[in-house]
Design a protein. Structure first.
Length: 176
């Protein structure tokens, strides 16, 4: 073999590899840019991270709404007690008596108030054993779904933010 031809053959081999004619899987443009597989993988990672972030954000928003509803109920409980002490022990008939008839919960629905001393005890909300959760008045938000049942352990009422044990508990019905 002629040494010039070996040299020329070697040069041709190097030249072909640079243009993408060499090993399988090498890039045509000398390594610049991304392959389709790399782009698909990057997009998939971004979608997964976005879904996780969105789920965390949604949970945070819901927890903050529950906290606002609990604070509103605690404030109204104090106002009901103030009304009661100023009116010879009588409870307000409605939330309008304490100036809160137009207050909406964080889900943009009105709070529910029932004076149990002036109505039938059957109107009281009940726990899973059908015992009334309050003896004086019920005050609650219907929660995210806006639906409630008299028994707080039913599926529709688990997301309600309630006042129970005559004000000793304010929180989610599911945790009561």
């Amino acid at each position: 073999m002629n040494p010039i031809r070996i040299h020329e053959a070697g040069r041709m081999r190097r030249h072909r590899r640079q243009r993408g004619h060499g090993r399988a899987g090498s890039r045509v443009h000398g390594g610049a840019g991304f392959t389709l597989l790399e782009l698909i993988f990057a997009v998939a990672v971004l979608v997964i991270v976005g879904m996780l972030a969105q789920a965390q954000f949604t949970g945070y928003v819901e927890r903050s709404r529950i906290a606002v509803a609990k604070a509103d109920i605690a404030t109204m409980t104090t106002e009901v007690l103030r009304y009661q002490s100023n009116h010879e022990g009588r409870l307000p008939a409605t939330l309008a008596d304490i100036g809160r008839d137009d207050l909406l919960d964080p889900w943009q629905r009105p709070y529910h108030y029932t004076n149990l001393t002036a109505t039938n005890k059957g109107a009281a909300r009940k726990d899973r054993r059908l015992n009334p959760i309050n003896s004086d008045y019920d005050l609650f938000s219907a929660g995210k779904d806006g639906v409630f049942k008299p028994q707080i352990s039913q599926k529709d009422s688990l997301d309600d933010v309630i006042r129970a044990r005559d004000g000793a508990y304010i929180g989610i019905a599911e945790d009561f």
